[in-house]
Design a protein around this ligand. Structure first.
Ligand SMILES: Nc1ncnc2c1ncn2[C@@H]1O[C@H](COP(=O)(O)OP(=O)(O)O)[C@@H](O)[C@H]1O
Ligand SMILES: [Mg+2]
Length: 361
């Protein structure tokens, strides 16, 4: 199978007066699983459709496998696409749905049979080849839609929210299947989703988008641990990252001060030299822990509510200045509403942001 890289340079796309993408740059490696993640309306589908050749660009260049395809027809780009709605042919069997595109392209019958057999096996559709779409579950239909793309043996596979119409359990199952498929084929895949869990579990790299702009392009680990700005920090992670407003001060050591609370910054890797401008401290719920109240860097907080989550519990608290935050604790935590806890906020786990720009400090 051929595996193409994708290079997008200074891409501009608009609809009438609406500018959706302005000077967007993106490089996708051959065999990479790249996820475009962002809220509804941020331009993910627009970017994917541009790569597929389904919409015209206003400027810039799109290269697939080192070929300039900016103005090429969709069928000449070496891509295959899976949409959110399966759009199967209702009157055709699964086998026919899988083979139809190849027939139209005048692929020899024995080649069609071999590709359909192979895709069906990979997607566990072999038993279902003679059924019609109406006789399949939602998950099976979406597997057929993925199979229809697979038989094309494309250099790049494009997925636009392929799991959004499925219920939570099916979504989780198919997610694993897509990941397995990628591991097995080593194909280039560009996958659009607004679901951060899908992005974190599937991607080699995630491009987090907002307002038509890629905010950060990094491995899932980096996106999660070192978000480049407040938008990325708040969009990725569930339960969400906590944010505490305050300022950085030098009082003996370097510290973050929010009202009466003092957070030791010793161990935080600053990207820019610290100043005392207003800042926001971000910390994920799993990084805060209970310690002895005599500990020198203990921060006191009052428990407001305990939210059991099965494997663990989320404890909702307030600092003295009223700032609300949550932390994860084991399921049989003894904390009760009204308790005062001494907590440790480890500086290595912080994400500090400039209060004005939202950029990571
Ligand atoms: N065909 C179109 N005509 C006019 N506006 C469009 C069209 N397609 C998308 N848009 C607008 O472009 C923006 C990005 O849309 P889209 O790429 O579909 O977002 P996403 O896939 O991230 O939800 C939105 O503001 C949307 O309303
Ligand atoms: Mg979309």
């Amino acid at each position: 199978m051929q595996r193409s890289n994708v290079d997008i340079t200074n891409l501009q796309i608009g609809f009438g007066g609406l500018k959706v993408l302005e000077n967007l740059n993106l490089h996708v490696d051959a065999s990479e699983f790249l996820v475009l993640l962002g809220p509804s309306g941020c331009g993910k589908s627009t970017l994917l459709n541009a790569i597929a050749g389904l919409i015209d660009v206003k400027g810039g260049e799109i290269r697939i496998g080192d070929r300039d395809v900016t103005w090429a027809e969709p069928k000449d780009r070496g891509i295959a696409m899976v949409f959110q709605s399966y759009a199967l042919y209702p009157r055709m069997s699964v086998r026919k749905n899988l083979s139809f595109g190849l027939k139209v392209a005048r692929t020899p019958q024995d080649e069609i049979d071999s590709r359909v057999g192979e895709a069906a096996k990979m997607l566990r559709l072999t038993e279902l080849l003679d059924r019609r779409p109406s006789e399949l579950s939602g998950g099976q239909r979406q597997r057929v839609a993925i199979g229809r793309a697979l038989v094309r043996h494309a250099g790049v596979y494009l997925f636009d929210e392929p799991l959004s119409n499925l219920d939570a359990q099916l979504r989780a199952e198919l997610r694993v299947e897509i990941k397995r498929l990628h591991a097995r084929l080593g194909a280039t895949m560009i996958y659009v989703t607004h679901d951060q869990i899908e992005a974190l579990t599937l991607a080699d790299r995630i491009a987090v988008m907002q307002g038509g702009v890629i905010q950060q392009l990094d491995t899932p680990k980096k996106i999660y641990r070192e978000p480049a700005n407040r938008f990325v920090a708040s969009f990725v992670g569930s339960p969400a990252m906590n944010f505490i407003r305050g300022r950085i001060a030098r009082d003996g050591g370097l510290a973050f001060i929010a009202g009466d609370a003092r957070f030791d910054l010793n161990g935080y890797a600053f990207r820019t030299p610290p100043s005392d401008a207003p800042a926001v401290l971000g910390i994920r719920p799993e990084h805060i822990e209970v310690i002895g109240s005599d500990h020198p860097s203990a921060v006191p907080a009052r428990v407001e509510m305990v939210e059991p989550m099965g494997a663990d519990a989320l404890i909702w608290c307030r600092l003295a200045d009223g700032t609300a935050f949550s932390f994860r604790s084991d399921a049989d935590a003894q904390a009760r509403a009204g308790d005062t806890l001494a907590l440790r906020f480890p500086a290595e786990a912080f994400s500090l942001f400039d209060d004005q720009s939202g950029q990571r400090l």
